[in-house]
Design a binder for this molecule. Structure first.
Ligand code: C5P
Length: 321
């Protein structure tokens, strides 16, 4: 890999680490915060808007790249035709598969953060390190040394320890009230969603990496446009219309929205585009290690900001000890 690629990979990994540390916290808070005008926002609309945001950013970069290669005097219609031709090239359908998988993963992520506290979600979500390694070995013919597999198993052990039920533990104090029809946490549902999301994360990530690295004809940003474009359909038809359509028709698409929700969506979109950069310049396994480091940062931030105390099997805010 040329040095400039290492530098981009390094910068993308560091940024992804910081973005991930903030995303889980803000997503979780957006699900448990006081209702906005008596309404909780629909996660299907957030998943859809996340794709719209990524499509807009990726299209902007794709236009900019095409203009740079065709020359600054190229007319807008020539540019548009060129970008359109690249996006709908003969193999663009290949991105419909990860698009459907990622839409499902993004929806499951909301189910998980709605039913687990942020720390439990973030740590259990690291199961994707194992699923990604398995898919990388089987689909990309990668070999992992015994040392690396052992490291993965240690990581899984850490995940298991954090999942041990602790009675009146950290997840309980975050339980949202249900008296006014608000969110009620269901830990089993949350954990099941995480496990399925991890399997999908590994499969979709490795598939995307394979498509990206198998053909160098199409740029990273065009691949991102394709991915977001195909993601719009399941996000709109299965999520917004089929799942929540009846309720949305009554209270409106943006019901329950405030700046917290918009921030959560923006962080998710930026995090998603960073995934693409990291996978392109490094690989999926490196991407997951960046996320693991984000847990440590997030944990350190909790200790510092919320005065969390560490016990043998859990951590609590100072006031609950
Ligand atoms: O947790 P994981 O790292 O698997 O998350 C992948 C996330 O990145 C998903 O939300 C997916 O929509 C997003 N993504 C993206 N663009 C890519 C690859 C992934 O937005 N090219």
């Amino acid at each position: 890999m040329p040095p400039s690629s290492w530098y981009i990979a390094y910068k993308a990994l560091v940024t992804k680490t910081i973005v991930d540390a903030s995303t889980t916290q803000i997503m979780h808070y957006s699900r448990i915060m006081p209702l906005v005008n008596g309404q909780r926002y629909f996660t299907s609309t957030a998943v859809f808007l996340n794709e719209i945001m990524k499509l807009t950013i990726a299209s902007g970069v794709a236009f900019h790249d095409t203009r740079s290669s065709l020359g600054p005097s190229t007319s807008l219609s020539t540019l548009a035709k060129s970008v359109y031709g690249q996006v709908f090239s003969s193999d663009s359908w290949k991105l419909a598969i990860p698009a459907a998988l990622y839409t499902l993963q993004n929806s499951l992520q909301y189910v998980a953060v709605s039913n687990l506290d942020a720390a439990t979600f973030q740590v259990t979500y690291q199961l994707k390190i194992l699923t990604t390694a398995i898919f990388s070995v089987t689909m990309l013919d990668r070999t992992l040394t015994v040392k690396k597999w052992v490291s993965l198993v240690f990581l899984m052990g850490g995940v298991a320890i954090v999942q041990i039920p602790t009675g009146n533990n950290g997840s309980q104090h975050l339980k949202a009230e249900d008296s006014a029809g608000q969110l009620q946490m269901n830990r089993s549902l949350g954990l099941m969603s995480v496990v399925i999301a991890c399997a999908i994360s590994g499969l979709a990530g490795v598939y995307f990496e394979k498509v990206l690295k198998d053909s160098t004809q199409v740029t990273l940003w065009i691949r991102n446009v394709q991915l977001s474009f195909y993601s719009l359909f399941p996000a709109l038809f299965l999520g917004v219309i089929f799942k929540d359509g009846a309720e949305i028709a009554k209270v409106g698409f943006f019901s329950g929205y405030n700046w917290v929700v918009w921030t959560a969506i923006t962080f998710q979109a930026v995090g998603g585009l960073l995934v693409a950069l990291v996978v392109n310049y490094a690989d999926n396994i490196a991407k997951n290690f960046a996320t693991s480091i984000s847990i440590i940062i997030s944990f350190a931030a909790s200790v510092w900001l919320f005065d969390f105390k560490i016990t043998s099997n859990a951590c609590f805010p100072d006031s609950e000890l």
